[in-house]
Design a protein. Structure first.
Ligand SMILES: [Zn+2]
Length: 240
């Protein structure tokens, strides 16, 4: 195999390693993001509970005022009873008093329901707040752990990145450029093995004549389907 191809294979190995570090880092970051997401969902749910309590308290005050008004109307009608002359007027006042009494009874039931709902919403908010406190505590710990892990990964990454720089600078510029473009376009895989005439990047076959060229390894060959740079490795081909 020619030297350039060997350099490219080494470069690909290093870039795969670097991509692995990056993936590890982003997985760790994702853990933290998920936790933060869950925390902000809880915060929203708590705020919604508190809003609901405010609304219910307002409803409760409205009912109480209605209740007081009904009590006042009853008192007023009872006073008027003393002054009315006809039985018809008397009956009308009695009916009004009964209506208001019924209103009071209904509103008292509503009041009970509302107070129960307030209690329920407050309870829910408190439960969520307890969960939230637990998660915030976890987040703090996880953030510290993940920061440490990422720092370690970055230290290892730096060493490998230095190796990459050294290798890349030894490669001829147009070839490196071609490799880098392929690496970006082909999801981090620019140099691939061939097994039995099949590209291990896209798993498409190449013409037998080209496979022979790849096996010889004198020239740089690219996959006709995915344009990745191809190489051949005897022992691994036999395994396959
Ligand atoms: Zn291919």
């Amino acid at each position: 195999m020619n030297d350039e191809m060997n350099q490219l294979i080494d470069l690909q190995e290093i870039d795969t390693e670097l991509a692995g570090f990056d993936r590890e880092i982003s997985e760790h970051e994702q853990e933290i993001n998920n936790r933060q997401q869950s925390i902000s969902e809880k915060e929203n749910a708590i705020a919604a509970c508190r809003d609901r309590v405010t609304e219910l308290e307002q409803k409760r005050r409205t009912i109480e005022i209605e209740n007081e008004d009904a009590v006042a109307r009853i008192k007023d009608r009872q006073n008027k009873m003393m002054q009315v002359q006809t039985s018809r007027e008397h009956q009308a006042l009695l009916k009004e008093i009964e209506d208001n009494k019924r209103l009071i009874k209904e509103s008292e039931e509503q009041l009970l329901d509302t107070m129960e709902a307030i209690e329920q919403a407050n309870k829910e908010a408190t439960e969520l707040e307890n969960l939230l406190a637990g998660e915030q505590n976890l987040l703090k710990k996880e953030t510290a752990t993940v920061t440490k892990k990422i720092k370690k990964i970055n230290t290892r990454r730096k060493t490998v990145a230095k190796k990459r720089d050294k290798l890349a600078s030894a490669l001829n510029v147009p070839l490196l450029k071609r490799y880098d473009i392929l690496l970006t376009k082909r999801a981090g895989l620019a140099v691939v093995r061939t097994v039995g005439g099949v590209c291990q990047g896209c798993f498409m076959s190449m013409p037998p004549q080209q496979f022979n060229e790849v096996r010889k390894g004198d020239t740089l060959q690219t996959c006709p389907t995915c344009q990745r740079l191809l190489y051949y490795q005897e022992e691994e081909c036999e395994e396959a």
